[in-house]
Each structure stands twice: as structure tokens, then as C-alpha cells.
Design a protein around this ligand. Sequence first.
Ligand code: SF4
Length: 326
Amino acid sequence: MDKRGRVFSGARPTGRQHLGNYLGAIRNYVGFQDEYDCVYCVVDLHALTTLEDTSKLKEWTREMTLDWLAAGIRAEETILFVQSHVPQVTELHTILSMVTPLGWLTRLPTFKEKVRQQPDNVNYGLVGYPVLMASDIVLYKADVVPVGVDQAPHLEFTREIVRRFNHTFGEVLVEPQARHTEFTKVLGIDGEAKMSKSLNNHIEIASTPEEIWDRVRVMVTDPARQFRRDPGHPEVCNVFSLHRFFSAAEVAQIEADCRSAAIGCVECKKKFAANLGSYFAPFRERRARFAADPDYVWDVLGDGARRACAIADETLGEVKAAVGLP
Ligand code: SF4
């Protein structure tokens, strides 16, 4: 099939992925492979800007990659690699930093937010983060970058840098286009905050059926439904919102049964846990197979880095020539 160009996306190494990661990003990553040549990157250098303890980076990289591969990232066609394995990105970062006014960076709301979050560690990398992100995208000549509504300004920033560079040195860099994508926001088992590992309100997609039930059992449901006989309000229940994805064939019946109190929350959760377990059963089987070979992930990432390096060398050569570096 003819592909429509190259897509780039990156994610920090966060270890085993949860339902929020899956519904918000991974399933899109898998789908894009049918439309684009895909370049997916584990952005470990970005992680250094906020991580205090880096001892788990290697393990988290392996676990996250295993999840991506088992979910359907096809390593033989997609370039899957680790950011720091292609050091050309840091060289491009240095060059692009020379065309990026400091005021652009310090005015960014994301920078101000980070300063609020870690006032004792406002490091230089934090300021240059968007330039490194722009370098990731343009180094691989990405035509398209998937963005959710709230991420559009990040990509616009990259486009600004590209325009400024090309205006100064000639049309060398590809200006990436946004592919507006629905990044589903998934609430945690507390039903309040976004699902996140750091809040420990997550359900890992590699969980066994028993582990799934342990998490689903304690999920917060409709707070107004105090007794089994009380009619429920599925529109405010997080279990129901996840049923929409994992129990699609039954969702109308579940909604009706919840409203009429024909089904209780425990039964409803058991149904959800069972459907979730079945949905990810082939995933768990593939993951176990990949994980059995301790070299498999590193071989995939090594091969991805070699292919990424070939594109990176070409871009960097063009950039240096345009800038006039001897
Ligand atoms: S029956 Fe299901 S959808 Fe209704 S409140 Fe309970 S858990 Fe939520």
C-alpha cells in the first residue's frame, strides 16, 4: 500500500504501560502503520530533564518496548529506537538552539509549569526541551506528527523553528504537519485523576486476569449508587466509560441494566474485568513470547537505531552544509 509520508512520535520510558497509555497513544501508533512510514522513539534524554532517579531507565525502556511490540508495533517495517542511541539528535539540537530566541522558550506555558513543579531543579535541559523535541521531529524528516488538542502548540513551536532555520539558511528542513488525533483521556481507578503510574491509580495492560480483578474490584463507580437497588448513572461512572472500549457489543445493555438497577456494580465490574482480560489475552501471549528472549527488545531497538541513524546522518549533513560548518 502507498504510504502518505512519514510520521514521528516519541514517548518517555515509563515502564509497563497502562490503559491510559494504550487508549491514549499505543493503539493510534499501531493504526498509523497502515497509513504512514512510522518512526517511534523512546525519548530517554527527555526523561532526564525531570527524573531524579535514573536507575530504572533501562528496565523501563525494555518494559515499555515489550508492551509496544506486543500491542502491534511491527518492528520489521516501523523504525523503533531509543533517542540516545542516535546521538545526532543532540548535535542538531545545538545547531537549532542557535536560531531559537531564549524568550520563546522561557515564555512557554509548559516551561512555566515545570518551574512550578520542580523549583529546585530548573535545569538548562528543561529550557531547551522544546528544541530537543523539534530536533527529534526534523532529524527524521517527519511529514506528520500526531497531536492531541492540548499538544498543538508544541508542534507549532517546532514549525516556527523550522521556518526560522529555512528562512536563514535555505529550504533544508521539512515543516511537519499536525495530524489531529483523538488522544482519549482515561481516568484512574479512583475515578477522579487521569490514569497515571505515579498516582498508583492505573491498570497495566500486561496484568494477569487476577491482577486485573484486584484493580477493577476497587474502582470507584457512581457515588450516588449506595445500595444494589439504587438506579445507577453510567454517565458519571468510570467503569462504564471503559466498558465502551472493552465491552462494545454489550454496552447498550449494560447502560440499560445500570439505569434500572438490573445489574449491580460488583457484577458489572466482573463483566468488565473479564472483557478486559479477554481483550488483552493475545497481547499477553505475544508479550510473554517476546520477553522470553532477553535479547529480543535490544535487537529490535538496535536495528531501529541503525535505520534511524541513516536518516539522521543525511539530515545532519544537509543542515551542516546549509549552515556553512566546515
Ligand atoms: S452498574 Fe456498572 S456502570 Fe452502573 S454504576 Fe455500577 S459499575 Fe458503573
